[in-house]
Design a protein around this ligand. Structure first.
Ligand code: PGA
Length: 258
């Protein structure tokens, strides 16, 4: 049994004050939800403030990126131990990092290894672009992103990895993937690739989320899928009622399936 996980990726939104208001607006409702692992990923500048508000709750905190080096002359970067001081999770290899900031499979892999070393849970993002999707290359691209991005991690620590399958063409576009298509990519490409790296038993324990225009209206369809274990939510995570409703959907599937 994989515990469902719902993570909110706030991206480059929310000043400290706005972040506090957003957490106030949803934390009481989130605290009442059982059986779902919840993670909020504010920008670096709001991590400390949000951490203070989440203290004593089961709601986890994540960063949106980090560098792989421990310290040194890397102006503008944040190290694994800096993230670990405040967070248990870190989003890695997000498609916006890949497409806008030169992230590659190799650099995503360095970050994933650094997360393992720092005892952080990576939310490791993969997904094909529209062009790759339209030319029928989804399996090839997503399989490669998993194999290269998570290479070298230890099978013993692999069960904690969280993968997010986010088709790039579905992110922020309102054009979500169908639940069946997403479920097929996870079941036929991502889990077998994880199995190749860590063995099938470990692969079965790894949570795989769907991301890309998830809303309270479509979340239930993803959570009903056998291979999909939750969601990485962008735009809708900035709307308290939406994020709470999405998380409740995940709790519903949990109790329905025992
Ligand atoms: P979206 O973003 O929900 O706004 O499509 C998802 C993501 O980028 O993680």
């Amino acid at each position: 049994m994989r515990t469902p996980l719902v993570a909110g990726n706030w991206k480059m939104n929310m000043t400290v004050e706005a972040a506090r208001s957003l957490v106030y607006a949803m934390s009481a409702s989130l605290r009442d939800i059982r059986g779902v692992e919840m993670v909020l990923c504010p920008p670096f500048t709001a991590l400390l403030a949000v951490q203070a508000l989440l203290e004593g709750s089961d709601i986890g905190l994540g960063a949106q990126n980090m560098h792989w080096q421990e310290k040194g002359a890397f102006t503008g970067e944040v190290s694994p131990s800096m993230v670990r001081e405040l967070c248990r999770y870190v989003i890695l290899g997000h498609s916006e990092r890949r497409s806008l900031f030169g992230e590659t499979d190799e650099t995503a892999n360095r970050r994933a290894r650094a997360a393992e070393k720092a005892d952080l849970t990576p939310i490791f993002c993969v997904g094909e672009t529209l062009q790759e999707y339209e030319s029928g290359r989804t399996s090839e691209v997503v399989g490669r992103q998993i194999r290269l991005g998570l290479a070298g991690l230890q099978p013993a620590s692999a069960p904690r990895i969280v993968v997010a399958y986010e088709p790039v063409w579905a992110i922020g576009t309102g054009r979500a993937s169908s639940a069946k298509a997403a479920n097929d990519v996870v079941g036929q490409v991502i889990r077998p690739a994880l199995g190749g790296l860590f063995g099938m038993e470990v692969a079965q324990a790894i949570r795989v989320l769907y991301g890309g225009s998830v809303t309270s209206a479509n979340a239930g369809e993803y959570f009903a899928c056998k291979e999909i274990d939750g969601a990485l939510v962008g735009g809708a995570s900035l709307k308290p009622d939406e994020f709470v409703a999405i998380t409740r959907h995940a709790a519903g599937t949990q109790s329905a399936s025992g």
